[in-house]
Design a protein around this ligand. Structure first.
Ligand code: HEM
Length: 370
């Protein structure tokens, strides 16, 4: 029940349910050439498939370092673990002769007007997204991957995320709260709607993207700090007008049911939902904005205290789409200048391409690319 299949036409961790814990880690590849890159991708595939399947760890030989970190004990349980491997634009520089294979929209993450990006939290040749019921399962997976790929990767940055643990969240169906105290995900796309996913999330074969990329998806990761001290001193009515929803129910302003549809057509001047409310800018719900629908899969994070003594917490925003520019970039450009910006600050992340799945047990991640 809590095992997510590793093999399939698409990678797990995109439309599969969202368990309570996530970890993203960006890796730089140290492989000397394409052959070593292939070795790395095979190794990663082997480890990630084992971690998703679970099983006993190899027996201990006292003369050697243990074969497993041991932090989950002698038996690795699947624990709803999914791993999603994505590639960044830098993998397509001249090192591996892949320049001609780069997905059309893949590039270093754009810098938007409200961003204050820290280079140490941005980009990477590879990105691994782990999701599981517990943070320990993700950390075990990270230790496993690092110990099995010596000399082949160098970790660049990492961020762990969490969701309220009472549910395994079905993207677009169940909603839990973010660190601004609002329900997050109410109007997300329904990830169980295969037709919708085919249109908005998966890159189709025979389209403008390179043939190898079919079945993959553009992934955007944004580490977005929330100024929670300031937010907590903001009147409720103002918070609700900034988001465009009621805080307790999650309903659109003026409605009572969480999943009631906001009716912007009958509110053309924004007297009910301000024109610059987050949800109205993010999705104006007009026929001409349907192409910008994205699948969000975010997590909350809490990291420590900043140099100026503020709580360092926020949203580990992650989204997937078949067209980076028609999706995330279009939505973010509509959001630029929104009143919410007074309370949020994107500090890191990157643009990545989630590789197609591994349909067969003897295949490996990135096989079509190499
Ligand atoms: C909706 C919060 C950043 C895109 C929402 C909702 C909340 C929220 C509370 C309403 C509930 C829902 O439908 O999920 C936040 C916070 C952010 C943030 C706190 C930053 C810390 C972003 C970013 C994007 C984005 C960076 C994309 C560029 C959306 C979209 C919706 C949404 C598309 C659904 C709108 C609809 O269909 O009605 N967000 N969001 N959000 N947000 Fe955000």
């Amino acid at each position: 029940l809590d095992r997510q299949p590793f093999h399939g036409p698409h990678q797990a961790g995109i439309v599969t349910p969202q368990p309570a814990a996530a970890l993203v880690v960006a890796l730089d590849v140290l492989a000397e050439d394409r052959g070593e890159l292939a070795t790395l991708l095979r190794l990663l595939t082997e480890r990630l498939a084992f971690l998703a399947e679970g099983g006993p760890v190899p027996p201990l030989d006292p003369r050697l370092p243990p074969a497993d970190s041991g932090i989950l004990g002698p038996q690795v349980l699947p624990d709803n673990f999914t791993a999603t491997l994505s590639v960044g634009a830098s993998l397509f520089d001249d090192r591996y002769g892949l320049a001609g294979a780069k997905p059309r929209h893949l590039r270093p993450m754009d810098r938007f007007p409200n961003d204050s990006l820290d280079g140490k939290l941005c980009h990477g040749d590879l990105l691994l997204q782990f999701c599981a019921n517990t943070a320990e399962t993700n950390l075990h997976a990270l230790r496993d991957v690092i110990r099995h790929t010596p000399g082949l990767v160098s970790p660049r940055w990492k961020r762990e995320g969490m969701l309220p643990p009472q549910v395994v969240k079905r993207p677009g169906k169940d909603t839990v709260r973010n660190f601004l105290g609002f329900k997050d995900g109410t109007a997300n796309l329904d990830a169980s709607d295969a037709d919708l996913m085919r249109r908005q999330v998966w890159v189709p074969p025979g389209g403008p993207e390179p043939a190898w990329a079919a079945g993959g998806s553009y992934q955007v990761v944004r580490i977005i700090r929330n100024f929670v001290e300031r937010w907590d001193r903001t009147p409720l009515r103002e918070q609700e007008r900034i988001v465009g929803r009621h805080k307790d129910s999650g309903a659109p302003l003026g409605e009572t049911a969480e999943h009631a549809l906001p009716d912007y057509a009958s509110d053309p001047a924004g007297s009910r939902t301000p024109m610059d409310a987050h949800i109205r800018l993010a999705n104006p719900r007009r026929p001409d904005t349907a192409a910008s629908l994205i699948l969000r899969r975010g997590y909350n994070y809490s990291a420590g205290i900043t140099a100026s003594g503020q709580l360092d917490m926020g949203l580990l925003f992650i989204c997937y789409q078949s067209d980076l520019d028609a999706g995330f970039v279009t939505v973010q450009n509509r959001l630029n200048g929104e009143p919410l910006e007074e309370y949020i600050k994107p500090v890191g992340g990157g643009y990545f391409y989630a590789l197609p799945g591994v349909p067969e047990p003897n295949g490996f991640l990135g096989q079509s690319l190499l």
